[in-house]
Ligand binder design. Structure first.
Ligand code: NAD
Ligand code: UDP
Length: 318
């Protein structure tokens, strides 16, 4: 099949491109390189089945494709808050453009949604039935509300125009190819630990997250795309929940670092708890994560360690 991956030069997108190429598909990777990097996709450039398109999905584009994975959107708080108007435009206008394309060429389209649609959840763990607790006017809203509108658009194009849709709600995912300057907790803590710098825990560190290794997510996303009779939304994540403080201690342990933990101000609207209920994905897709936190973190630490050894400049983490 000919498959379009928007945001294909980003962290998850590049793993998805790699998987689709390995499965024998033609891959069109579309990216505006806001947070993505050519380094992530450099190994695929010599593959005749791979094409790279520099484009911004806030503008329409005409392509002939069979399937679309719509991943284009900055995902780290520091990046999506850098230009919040652009962030919400990317989710709203970008998704309209991708849905218009899907409708025209009759392509199946999968939207990368997020656990952020649950906001600061009062239902725990989060099931797909839960409608969420999102602040519509806070600093995270450009991302959270943008993704919620993107889900609405997906459902309306499906009901009104019969577009073949899939929605995946992705929970915190990590792994190699996260950007050094990404600013999310996994890359921040690992880089700080490898450099022997203070590990910056925001707030008291008692807020929780559940971290999923990228290979598991890719398996789930491609499974959902290939599955008949389900539109989603479907939660995908690893239910193993940890506090951020425990997570910092774990990174210190795994890296053997002498770093100290320091506490910094908690950004506003930071969700207090997050854990996916993945019963639906288990039942409908037979999917569950296979990679444990320690195994996944070791691979991620090795990735950043390798960059360090190659003499790559590590900028201050965000
Ligand atoms: P990322 O920042 O590494 O990747 C996003 C990619 O989209 C980048 O390559 C960026 O350059 C590109 N992009 C951004 N705006 C664009 C635009 N207007 N036009 C074209 N390209 C654009 O982030 P990621 O972690 O790989 O996230 C990928 C997707 O998965 C995002 O939609 C994100 O919301 C979603 N998601 C990720 C996580 C996670 O934990 N990583 C969790 C929930 C949802
Ligand atoms: N966090 C932290 N130190 C950092 C970066 C993040 O303590 O250097 C915290 C952040 O406040 C949040 C959690 O780690 O509670 C996860 O943050 P991230 O930005 O990775 O993802 P999100 O909040 O979107 O789940």
């Amino acid at each position: 099949m000919r498959i379009l991956v928007t945001g294909g030069a980003g962290f998850i997108g590049s793993h998805l491109c790699e998987r689709l190429l390995n499965d024998g598909h033609d891959v069109l990777c579309l990216d505006n390189f806001f947070t993505g990097s050519k380094k992530n996709i450099a190994p695929f450039l010599c593959n005749p089945n791979f094409e790279l398109i520099r484009h911004d999905i806030t503008h329409p584009i005409l392509l002939e494709v069979d399937r679309i994975y719509n991943l284009a959107c900055p995902a780290s708080p520091i990046h999506y808050q850098y230009n919040p108007v652009k962030t919400i435009k990317t989710s709203v206008m970008g998704t309209i453009h991708m849905l218009g394309l899907a409708k025209r060429v009759k392509a199946r389209i999968l939207q990368a949604s997020t656990s952020e649609v649950y906001g600061d959840p009062v239902v725990h763990p989060q099931t797909e039935e839960y409608w969420g607790n999102v602040n519509p006017i806070g600093i995270r809203s450009c991302y959270d509300e943008g993704k919620r509108v993107a889900e609405t658009l997906m459902m309306d194009y499906h009901r009104q125009n019969d577009v073949d849709i899939r929605i995946v709600r992705i929970f915190n995912t990590y792994g190699p190819r996260m950007a050094i300057c990404d600013g999310r907790v996994v890359s921040n803590f690992i880089i700080q630990a490898l450099k022997g710098e203070d590990i910056t825990v925001f707030g008291d560190g008692l807020q929780t997250r559940s971290f999923c290794y990228v290979d598991d997510l890719i398996e789930g996303m491609t499974g959902l795309m290939g599955c008949e009779g389900i539109t989603g939304p479907v939660n995908m994540g690893n239910p193993a929940e940890t506090t951020i403080l425990e997570f910092a201690e774990r990174i210190i342990d795994l890296t053997g670092s002498g770093s100290q933990i320091v506490f910094r101000q908690l950004p506003s609207d930071d969700p207090k708890q997050r854990q996916p209920d993945i019963s639906l994905a288990r039942e409908k897709l037979g999917w569950k994560p296979e990679v444990g936190l320690e195994t996944g973190l070791k691979k991620t630490i090795d990735y950043f360690d390798e960059l360090l050894k190659k003499g790559q400049e590590f900028p201050e983490v965000a």
